[in-house]
Ligand binder design. Structure first.
Ligand code: GAP
Length: 504
């Protein structure tokens, strides 16, 4: 959960650890830029803006693969439908959603040099302790004074704390009609709910998903893809009858799965069934969706011991949420939130119902009664997920004179690289034939330039799981070598058996 509350990293770090963490951010960003994953927008110009990034071919392939797995594991398996709404929405949407009033961060400005920053973040960094995010402006002023916190740039005092609304406003048409760039994708799911319900023949409970760009005018964007002003979300909104939150059809299929739940400074590893029984989570519905989210992140290669669901206490929760579990992964700087799991109750539908004066109630056929559905959401950041994957799969192997990204096969931008050992003796022709044969089934890359060692290293650097080499022996017996990225082991395989072997 972002910006409406909660600090993300509940573990605090010493200066040394923080420095090491920042170094990791910088080195991952540097590596990512040099290998075509992502880099700052308009980086060649002095007026480039902080908090904006571009994806290059490898980054885009990785991002698309994350979304592909999200669709396979969550959308298709769970029969969730997907929509594609607009990025610019009229003012009424955000009046109804509460964003115009509540989507604020505490802003402080230096009385002398005009430096602007977030009060909560500066206080947290200065005192090395979490503070609740739902404090008043006066509370922040008090904390700044009590802890003698001054401007880090010119050492002067700050002016009084103000509220900074993070919505990006725009004017539409010649008359410049007030509109806003969406700060979360889900609002169009809520606004369109009555029409989607009518046209899609849905029965409660059901899910509607959306992925795409969102925009937030962050005061202090930082740490690359972790806090951006333009980023991508993949959101799933589950609509259900609040009286039937514990009647989940497939619950028995996942009830033995372990949930790593972090609350009151303690990690509890309990089965979904136990979490419900012991009332650690609100309902079977909540336990079910936390479990399938965990399974999705396992598929992305996030190690199980590096993930947890952090219970977000009331004082840090977004105003629309009755219960929030943040899915977090452990990276070098601490725990990073990748997905906010919010029980939004009927907050959104009743808000839009009130402002639009249209009914959002539907009939729950299983009980023959009209209800205003409640919503549970899995709101994940695509870019943060991508960053976490890069950091967690990056390996420096000086003894092998290489660095690698050990992506799972399904995530890798290139799955199979094909090389002729030398550019003679029919090797390039044979290699191109193999490339054409494999291309329809795998993401392939053909490379004939540089030494073979250098070509292997280049593929290791972008996480390609398999490299095929066509050599002198291929010409004689139609076999090629398959070299596996992580172990660097090589095996010989007949060209006719390649597809089967690679699929294995
Ligand atoms: N619909 C609920 C919602 O938007 P959120 O916690 O504000 O909740 C969801 O955002 C996810 O979006 C976060 O868990 C995080 O992964 C990502 N996210 C939020 N702010 C971000 C930012 N400034 N830069 C990159 N990703 C961000």
């Amino acid at each position: 959960m972002e910006n409406f509350g909660c600090a993300e990293n509940s573990k605090k770090f010493s200066c040394k650890e923080k420095e090491a963490g920042n170094k990791t951010f910088d080195s991952v960003a540097e590596i990512a830029a040099s290998r075509g994953f992502f880099w700052p927008t308009a980086e060649i110009y002095p007026d480039k803006l902080a908090g904006f990034f571009e994806y290059g071919p490898n980054g885009l392939a990785l991002k698309n693969n994350i979304l592909k797995i999200w669709r396979e594991e969550l959308i298709e398996k769970e029969d969730i439908i997907e929509i594609d709404g607009c990025q610019i929405l009229p003012k009424s949407v955000f009046q109804a959603s509460g964003h115009l009033k509540n989507f604020n961060d505490p802003l402080i400005t230096c009385s002398k040099c005009g430096f602007k920053t977030r009060a909560d973040k500066l206080i947290q960094e200065s005192i090395g302790k979490e503070i609740p995010e739902k404090l008043s402006n006066e509370d922040y002023d008090e904390l700044l004074k009590k802890n003698k916190i001054i401007c880090p740039k010119c050492k002067s005092f700050f002016n009084k704390t103000e509220r900074w609304n993070m919505m990006l406003k725009t004017g539409i048409g010649a008359e410049s009609k007030e509109a806003y760039l969406r700060p979360e994708t889900c609002q169009s799911i809520f606004v369109n709910f009555p029409r989607i319900y009518k046209t899609s023949r849905l029965k409660l409970p059901f899910g509607i998903a959306q992925t795409g760009k969102v925009f937030r005018n962050e005061i202090a964007p930082r740490q690359g893809l972790i806090r951006e002003r333009e980023f991508n979300q993949m959101e799933i909104e589950i609509f259900f009858n609040p009286e039937k939150e514990d009647e989940i059809k497939n619950f028995n299929e996942i009830e033995k799965e372990i949930l790593p739940l972090y609350l009151k400074d303690k990690l509890q590893k309990v089965s979904s069934e136990e979490a419900v029984k012991k009332k650690v989570v609100k309902s079977k519905l909540v336990a079910y969706y936390l479990t399938i989210l965990k399974q999705f992140y396992l598929k992305l290669g996030i190690p199980e011991d590096k993930m947890r669901f952090r219970y977000v206490p009331e004082e840090d929760r977004p105003f629309y949420s009755k219960e929030t579990w943040d899915f977090e992964v452990q990276i070098n700087t601490g725990w990073l939130e990748l997905c906010a799991c919010n029980h939004r109750s009927d907050y959104d539908l009743s808000g839009h119902q009130k402002v639009s004066k249209q009914s959002f109630e539907i009939v729950d056929e299983s009980v023959g009664k009209k209800v205003l559905p409640n919503i549970f959401e899995l709101s994940a950041g695509v870019d943060r997920t991508l960053y976490a994957i890069l950091e967690l799969t990056y390996k420096d192997e000086p003894k092998n004179d290489r660095t690698i990204f050990s992506f799972p096969e399904k995530l890798a931008p290139v799955q199979v690289a094909i090389f002729p050992l030398v550019n003679k003796e029919r090797m390039p022709e044979l290699a191109k034939k193999v490339y054409e044969m494999l291309k329809p089934q795998f993401k392939c890359f053909y490379d004939e330039s540089g030494s073979i060692g250098r070509r292997y290293r280049r593929q290791d650097e972008i996480g390609t799981p398999l490299c095929l080499t066509i050599d002198g022996q291929t010409v004689k017996d139609d076999t090629v070598t398959i070299r596996e990225r992580d172990s660097m082991k090589q095996t010989r395989v007949k060209i006719k058996d390649l597809v089967g072997e690679l699929k294995k």
